[in-house]
Design a protein around this ligand. Structure first.
Ligand SMILES: CC(=O)N[C@H]1[C@@H](OP(=O)(O)OP(=O)(O)OC[C@H]2O[C@@H](n3ccc(=O)[nH]c3=O)[C@H](O)[C@@H]2O)O[C@H](CO)[C@@H](O)[C@@H]1O
Ligand SMILES: C=C(OP(=O)(O)O)C(=O)O
Length: 435
């Protein structure tokens, strides 16, 4: 188990290129299973979760060629579906990430059966499977579900249907769309998730020969086809990483330019940071964050305390709330962070409190943060990274704190952030990896 050692309180300066989007990569990598032809995918982030999924594809028999860093060609010509019944898949790979779940839709559509362990991922709440499995059932599959162990899905063929999802699940929508591309007839999905990840997946599938309409909305129409072909796809920059860099710049009073952010795909993320009082400028497709001594949290029109909460897209992604929580600890003013979508993502605030942050955890979903405005710095501490986003939030806290911090279990951070310590050192951060 590796750790980071951080000397906090340093000003950072420089330019950064965001990695490819983790959650888009996990979707489009699964889509390669839908065709026997070659799919080239560029801007794949070199992060733990993606490496795990690439290994699963390789073990399934997908031919994989690395063209360059982040640039791979995949060909799912011969698939060894029996691999799904092996201990290695069940114990080592299938259970270690949430993204493994999305091989189910493509394999069901193309081969008519899938056996999967309960997937892993961040331990931030229940991580339900209902939308996925009920969606496959609606398309004509039989489901066998063994609680907390595995599920088995089989179907001679899939038939297009009208589906009204109980909730706009991101991976659930992706899984059902991929299954529906090879179903007989038309599928309509209402209350679909429409995050940029889903939009990109649909664009890839249409380039492969799918017939998908309604991209970017919560009403998706898919006309099933008999087979799909190969093509090339480039993954968008990671909007959650971009938000992480904005928060880092603000709380450490640093001057950072984030290159090629694909501004039009950031939704309300820039404005959310502006509501935190953070100055940021759009320069072409870059974001420039000037060094700022303080940032004053805006009030609501009736002068009430600001609330920042998550919601399905085009609402604010829940993955940024951990970062916004730590950024608020050094703001001027107070904010209520309301994490609606997960029950236990905010529990990490106890570590921030230990570092000297003024936070009241009102309940598992809401935390009130009283900003210290650098009047009293966070104190360096020995920390443990419980999940990807809490991990990066603690790393940001340690970089702004006075003194030395050790963050353990940094494999969680490596799951979602590419070479984070190397990239931070280039900006002047005093961080080292202790293995
Ligand atoms: C691999 C991957 O892509 N992971 C992302 C995916 O997880 P994942 O697809 O697992 O998350 P879901 O979108 O299914 O749901 C996330 C949570 O929000 C709740 N929920 C969802 C929709 C809704 O309208 N109301 C509601 O309350 C669900 O019950 C669940 O507790 O989407 C999440 C929500 O953006 C992100 O945090 C994860 O990073
Ligand atoms: C929750 C996250 O990831 P996963 O769904 O893969 O656990 C995340 O990226 O913040």
């Amino acid at each position: 188990m590796a750790s980071f050692k951080i000397e906090g309180g340093n000003f950072l300066k420089g330019e950064i290129k965001p990695q490819g989007a983790k959650n888009e990569a996990l979707q489009v990598l699964c889509a390669v299973l839908l065709t026997s032809e070659k799919i080239r995918i560029k801007n794949i982030p070199e992060i733990g979760d993606v490496q795990c999924l690439i290994q699963i594809l390789k073990n399934l028999g997908v031919i994989i060629k690395k063209n360059n860093i982040g640039d791979y060609t995949f060909q799912a010509k011969e698939i060894y579906i029996e691999y799904l019944n092996t201990k290695k898949f069940f114990i080592e790979y299938g259970q270690s990430i949430r993204g493994s779940l999305m091989i189910a839709g493509p394999l069901l559509a193309r081969f008519g059966k899938v056996c999967m362990p309960i997937p892993g991922g961040d331990r931030i709440g229940r991580r339900r499977l209902d939308i996925h499995l009920r969606g496959f059932e609606s398309l004509g599959s039989q489901i066998v579900y063994k609680e907390n162990q595995y599920f088995y899905i089989y179907s001679k063929y899939l038939t297009g249907k009208y589906l009204l999802l109980e909730e706009a699940s991101v991976t659930g929508t992706a899984n059902i769309i991929m299954a529906a591309t090879l179903a007989k007839g038309k599928t309509t999905i209402y209350n679909a998730a429409c995050e940029p990840y889903i939009q990109q997946l649909c664009r890839l599938l249409n380039r492969m020969g799918s017939k998908i309409k309604g991209i970017g909305s919560n009403l998706i129409h898919i006309i099933g086809v008999t087979e799909l072909s190969g093509c090339t796809h480039t993954i968008l920059p990671d909007m959650v990483e971009i938000g992480s860099w904005i928060g880092l710049a603000a709380i450490t009073s640093s001057e950072i330019k984030i290159r090629n952010v694909s501004w039009k795909n950031l939704g309300i993320i820039p404005n959310t940071f502006k509501k935190m009082g953070i100055k940021l400028e759009k320069k072409n497709d870059d974001i420039y964050i000037p060094s700022q001594k303080y940032y004053r949290i805006k009030k609501l029109l009736n002068n009430a305390i600001l609330t920042i909460s998550d919601a399905p897209w085009p609402g604010l992604t829940p993955d940024l709330l951990s970062i916004l929580t730590v950024v608020a600890t050094q703001a001027k003013g107070s904010v209520l962070i309301h994490q609606k979508m997960f029950e236990s993502r905010l529990f990490f605030v106890d570590k921030l409190i230990e570092m000297g942050a003024q936070i009241i955890l009102c309940d598992p979903h809401r935390a009130t943060i009283i900003g210290l405005n650098h009047q009293s710095y966070l104190r360096g501490s020995i920390l443990n990274s419980p999940d990807i986003r809490a991990g990066i939030a603690l790393l940001i806290a340690a970089l702004s704190a006075k003194g030395t911090s050790i963050i353990k279990n940094i494999e969680q951070i490596d799951r979602g952030y590419e070479n984070i310590d190397q990239r931070l050192r280039i900006l002047g951060a005093k961080i080292s990896r202790i293995v």
